[in-house]
Write a protein that binds this ligand. Structure first.
Ligand SMILES: [Fe+2]
Ligand SMILES: [Fe+2]
Length: 273
């Protein structure tokens, strides 16, 4: 299978990059499954139903979230009727929505997508390792799921790497999100799981993490309240990871970084061209 994961969509530039480029990439590379983190897609803060539908229509099979899951209050309601929108699985019991789902892709495959949040330097939720373990037990790769994608929304690279190795051999891909900066450590781990510490963001990189740089710089220098943080509005770049898996086992065979757009050096999975 051919899997594509894209990091946090930040505001309109991130949405436009996805809407303009994803349909063409899906066709060109005959992608089987596309998962995108959408936690900053609504003006940098959360997601709403209209934007969720827009991203799905552009070619995402599932959308994951993170610490910004509930920035738009309507998400608490519409997530219940949108099985392709996932919030971290380690929220307390009773939290609206779901943290994992077996997604039927347009190509006819079944992909288990799991979203989980780290606990280092973040709002400490339940144990993320145990939360993902439970999802994998009920839906093992190669039996129920054709592939498994785990989005680890976390700050610390140590926690993300630990999770990559802990789930090595049980998932097609363990990929980090949240820092909005792509890392250069994409690889296939010894057990056959593709891994990348952070997928980067889909947004304007002439910014501080996708937000307008002036206000961000000011907040570091002057410790006084100022303007609202707004997304930077230059052209957006897509950033993420491409993975090819073995059809029988679901394990990764090849992996490549994807960066398409201005500001960063472009790269893409040349083995699919
Ligand atoms: Fe984010
Ligand atoms: Fe985040």
């Amino acid at each position: 299978m051919r899997l594509l994961f894209l990091g946090d969509i930040v505001g309109r530039p991130g949405r436009n990059a996805v809407i303009e480029r994803l349909p063409g990439l899906r066709d060109r590379w005959r992608l089987d499954c596309v998962v995108i983190n959408g936690e900053n897609s609504a003006g940098g803060f959360g997601i709403n139903e209209a934007i969720c539908e827009e991203i799905l229509a552009a070619g995402a099979d599932a959308i994951t979230l993170g610490n910004h899951s509930w920035d738009q209050r309507e998400t608490l309601v519409f997530i219940e009727r949108q099985p392709r929108l996932l919030r971290p699985a380690n929220y307390p019991a009773g939290t609206p929505g779901r943290g994992a789902n077996l997604i039927d892709t347009r190509s006819g495959h079944r992909v288990l997508v799991v979203n989980v949040m780290g606990r280092l330097y973040m709002d400490p939720l339940d144990d993320p390792f145990a939360a993902v373990d439970r999802e994998l037990e009920t839906c093992p790769m190669g039996q129920v799921a054709d592939a498994v994608i785990i989005d680890v929304h976390a700050e610390a690279t140590s926690e993300k790497e630990a999770m990559g190795h802990y789930f090595d051999g049980r998932a097609s891909l363990v990929v980090g999100t949240h820092t909005h900066v792509p890392t250069a450590d994409h690889r296939v781990l010894p057990g056959g799981t593709a891994y990348m510490s952070d997928a980067g963001m889909c947004g304007d990189y002439d910014s501080v993490l996708g937000m307008q740089k002036e206000e961000s710089i000011r907040r570091f220098i002057q410790k006084t309240p100022g303007a609202r943080m707004e997304p930077a509005l230059g052209e957006g770049t897509l950033s993420g990871i491409a993975v090819e898996t073995d059809d029988r086992t679901g394990l990764a065979v090849r992996v490549a970084a994807l960066r398409l757009g201005p500001n960063l050096e472009e790269t893409w999975p040349r083995f699919w061209d």
